[in-house]
Design a protein around this ligand. Structure first.
Ligand SMILES: [Fe+2]
Ligand SMILES: [Fe+2]
Length: 129
């Protein structure tokens, strides 16, 4: 489980809410794994998380552009790399090549918490939020 706490807060109300939603979606997925949910249900949960991450990243990139954040390009690459990796997990899962496991959860969990606290925080600092 990934617990939201103040350490993740960037003081941008919309983005903080989106980050909380990502946490919730990851926890739902984790819950699904622990409950032994069906392959279809797990696929649905991971797809939901992936689609929401895409929307969140787009919103964030628009925001970074609006504040002329100099690290935008590098940050976009980080987002892209995550989406590629998460899509790969999803594709493998629906093609029956991989059972979505705690390893996948741990990758997503580690990536999200690290990304918010080190990468996202940079634009918050730049914008003096
Ligand atoms: Fe973010
Ligand atoms: Fe980001």
């Amino acid at each position: 489980m990934l617990k939201w706490s103040e350490e993740y807060q960037l003081n941008h109300p919309q983005i903080d809410l989106e980050h909380q939603s990502l946490f919730n979606m990851l926890n739902d997925f984790y819950q699904g794994l622990s409950d032994g949910s069906s392959k279809e249900r797990l696929a649905q949960l991971i797809k939901g998380l992936l689609d929401y991450a895409k929307i969140h990243f787009e919103n964030e990139e628009v925001y970074m552009q609006s504040i002329n954040f100099p690290g935008l390009k590098a940050h976009q690459k980080e987002h892209q790399a995550f989406l590629e990796k998460a899509s790969e997990f999803y594709e493998k899962h629906i093609n029956g090549k991989m059972i979505l496991s705690l390893e996948v959860t741990n990758f997503i969990k580690g990536w999200i918490s690290h990304h918010i606290n080190s990468e996202d925080r940079q634009y918050a600092i730049h914008a003096k939020l």
